[in-house]
Write a protein of this length. Structure first.
Length: 410
């Protein structure tokens, strides 16, 4: 209610994401859909189908205050026929819903959703147009599609930025790439809004928390290096395996736990056998008990070629675990080298192994970094801060686009 007693009308958000698989983007959109309801925004979350080898978070989205709609053809894989069908379905949905805000997440949904939004806005008067916002979660501008594919992706994103009112980067490094390195969007159309997560169950973990060591056959006094995420090329898991193997040869206490799945699982299994470390590696598949998973680890590791802001590292840090990660993308904004973890060059298994070995040998250093990491992410990545930031952005962009400022609720 405003100061003069008027209840402002609720606004409609059409949120589009390619799929609700286990991962940061899916958790992000669920938090937004739930939290923005109290800020005067009603959400319809549109999603596609999860891919082979991916775990689903669709059950986590069901039963919330926002609505859900699945468009089967709106998946991650590129398929001209399915993509056309998904785009037509999105156009029809946008015309039926007439949303105030169209907010897309991830590359495929961002392409189809923003093209559909452009058609809708072309038929509306200024005061009836939708605000169009896109969030870059991963870093698709380099490292994903090869040289030619990356060039084409950048060209496409520049065109899509022209029909977007705001581009959200989830870290300063990502914004720098969007604006300065790849010239995707001008500074006045980009904004940094870091991720926000519900970390309460990890921030409260203690040393006595239940873990998976006994279940996995890992000794109580082992030093466990953990990885959480998809088994896909951008994560560069062969380098992680090689780096761990180099450290494990000189330290028999080291074990590696990898939680996740994906198309590269057979290749990872082969790499583990080739390195002769299969007796000290556990591949868990997807694990829903995150407190037990992170309690199992002593260090969380990441060897990615590129990243936006990796949720697994935020979660590990909330659980008071230091990290060893490659200094790529938004990782450099997340991890303070020597304070909350160790940063190493990408594609360098020797340096990665040295960092793992250094932390494995010093329990006091692990504890110090872990506590610093917990304090840092607790302050920076709360879900309440995310909701406030996004609601403020929606209000500002709608006022700018339609020329009619919304009165703040009391």
């Amino acid at each position: 209610m405003t100061a003069d007693g008027v209840i402002p009308p609720r606004r409609k958000v059409l949120r589009i994401i390619a799929r609700l698989n286990v991962g940061g983007p899916a958790r992000h959109v669920v938090i937004l859909g739930e939290g923005l309801s109290s800020m005067g925004y009603d959400t319809l979350l549109v999603h596609g189908s999860i891919g082979e080898g991916e775990a689903s978070l669709e059950h986590s989205a069901a039963g919330h205050v926002f609505r859900l709609k699945q468009i089967q053809e709106l998946g991650r894989s590129i398929s001209p026929i399915d993509d056309l069908r998904a785009w037509i379905a999105l156009v029809r949905l946008i015309f039926a819903e007439k949303p105030d805000v169209i907010h897309t997440h991830t590359a495929k949904a961002g392409t189809l959703g923003r093209l559909a939004a452009a058609v809708f806005n072309a038929t509306r008067t200024r005061r009836r147009r939708s605000a169009v916002i896109h969030t870059f979660h991963g870093h698709v501008l380099s490292g994903y599609f090869g040289r030619v594919g990356s060039v084409l992706t950048r060209m496409a994103e520049r065109g899509l930025a022209a029909v977007s009112d705001r581009i959200i980067a989830i870290s300063p490094a990502q914004q720098h790439d969007l604006v300065t390195t790849f010239h995707v969007a001008p500074p006045n159309r980009t904004v940094v809004i870091p991720l926000g997560l519900d970390l309460a169950n990890l921030l409260g973990l203690t040393s006595s928390a239940t873990n998976l060591r006994s279940h996995l056959g890992i000794p109580h006094d082992a030093v466990v290096i953990g990885y959480v995420g998809r088994f896909v090329p951008i994560k560069n898991l062969p380098v992680l395996v090689e780096g761990f193997a180099s450290a494990a040869r000189s330290d028999p206490r080291l074990w590696l736990v990898m939680a996740g799945d994906g198309p590269l699982r057979p290749a990872i299994e082969s790499a583990v056998r080739a390195a002769g470390i299969q007796d000290r590696v556990r591949l868990l598949g997807w694990c829903e008990d995150l407190p037990a998973l992170y309690s199992t680890m002593d260090v969380c590791a990441l060897a990615s070629l590129n990243e936006g802001t990796p949720v697994a590292l935020i979660e590990a840090m909330a659980a008071a675990r230091p990290v060893v990660a490659t200094s790529v993308g938004g990782v450099v904004d997340l991890v303070a080298h020597g304070q909350t973890g160790m940063l190493v060059p990408p594609q360098d298994p020797v340096k990665l192994g040295e960092a793992i070995r250094q932390l494995a040998e010093n329990a006091d250093e692990r504890a110090r970094m872990g506590q610093a990491a917990r304090r840092d992410v607790s302050a920076r990545f709360s879900h309440s801060r995310l909701i406030t930031d996004i609601a403020s952005l929606y209000d500002a962009v709608l006022s700018e686009k339609r020329g009619s400022p919304r009165k703040s609720a009391a």
